[in-house]
Design a protein around this ligand. Structure first.
Ligand code: AHM
Ligand code: MG
Length: 335
């Protein structure tokens, strides 16, 4: 039973035993993510003060050089995870290669790897629009006691033990799953604690919102074009409402609460779409499925795709179950 107003810390401890590997290690890992999220949140909130404290690349009044926020977020998450010595490896959208942690974990005893998009949608920062952090956690597949290898990171999404996101919005929320439903926590900035505000989050099975960058319409596959026309047709509960923030975490979060679908299809401009399988699509797909939603590349389940490289891109269609199924129907028909 999830009690509202529980803090995230209490919730993690309270649910530790229901996790199938029942490990305090995973709880410590969450504590690190929670801490880094608060630090990044503090910095993101100051973004509008850029004229006063200096923009990226400049040196501020205290003589500190200012960093771009995505670089800052990347460093904070990585540093926190390394300092607390709880993971054996990290891969980040901001890094070319994965990081094997052997500075502290010299005997390679840690079991988990983390994949992270430290600040997704960061082009929205300058215009005061919400951004997010996305993370994904796996157990390593290579033996404990040896350094991590690429194989530990190229696991199918269906092997995730946990995934979540932080949305730095009108309020800051951390939403995550360990494979037992999805729960959302809102940060009380005055106290610095996350509180359980959205227990057992679920996508409505049907929705009336579609989120896609329609500027790319002429480049989309025929099946997607047909689906967009279907959304716009006057019939039953249609036309649907079009809402696109251009910040995956925010579009997903709204669609999960209200019912809707997010699409980043392939196009004649980019043959695999834009979003990254490991840092963006897999974690969001795991959360979606745990929230009674669905995630697909248009034909197959995102979580069943075998990754072949760290920064691989895939078409991504995710949201209310029946809406995503409808897109798959249109894709099949147009093939
Ligand atoms: P990023 O990882 O460079 O921030 O890009 C990911 C973002 C998503 O958050 C968002 O949904 C999408 O890119 C928007 O792309 P576009 O501007 O092409 O519509
Ligand atoms: Mg991103």
């Amino acid at each position: 039973m999830h009690k509202k107003n529980q803090t995230l810390g209490e919730f993690i401890i309270g649910n530790q035993t229901s996790f199938k590997y029942s490990s305090g290690e995973l709880s410590s890992l969450f504590n690190s993510i929670r801490l880094a999220a608060k630090v990044v949140n503090h910095e993101v909130n100051k973004a509008g003060l850029v004229d006063i404290i200096g923009s990226a690349g400049e040196v501020n009044i205290q003589g500190e050089s200012q960093q771009k926020l995505d670089v800052y977020a990347n460093e904070k998450f990585i540093q926190t995870l390394i300092n607390r010595n709880i993971v054996c490896g990290i891969a980040s959208e901001e890094e070319d290669d994965f990081i094997s942690i052997n500075s502290i974990d010299e005997n390679h005893q840690n079991k988990y790897v983390v994949l992270i998009d430290p600040l997704d949608g960061s082009s929205n920062i300058d215009v005061n629009v919400s951004v997010g952090t996305i993370f994904s956690i796996y157990r390593r597949v290579t033996p404990v006691g040896t350094p991590v290898t690429l194989e530990d990171f190229l696991q199918k999404g269906n092997q995730q033990v946990a995934a979540g996101y932080v949305v730095y919005g009108t309020s800051t929320m951390l939403v995550y799953t360990t494979g037992d439903g999805v729960n959302g926590f809102t940060l009380n900035p005055a106290i610095g604690s996350f509180y359980l505000s959205h227990p057992n989050m679920e996508f409505p099975e049907n929705g009336t919102i579609y989120s896609v960058n329609e500027g790319n319409y002429i480049h989309f596959p025929q099946g997607i074009k047909n689906y967009i026309k279907y959304c716009q047709r006057e019939e039953e509960d249609r036309p649907y409402t079009s809402r696109y923030i251009g910040s995956l975490v925010s579009d997903f979060h709204r669609n999960m609460i209200k019912g809707g679908i997010y699409l980043y299809p392939k196009s004649s401009l980019n043959s695999n779409g834009k979003l990254r399988l490991l840092y963006e699509c897999n974690p969001m797909a795991f959360i979606a499925e745990q929230a009674n939603g669905k995630a697909s590349d248009g034909f197959i389940r995102i979580l069943d795709i075998q990754p072949t490289e760290l920064h691989q891109r895939v078409p991504f269609i995710c949201g209310s179950k029946n809406m995503v199924a409808k897109v798959e129907e249109f894709m099949k028909e147009a093939q």
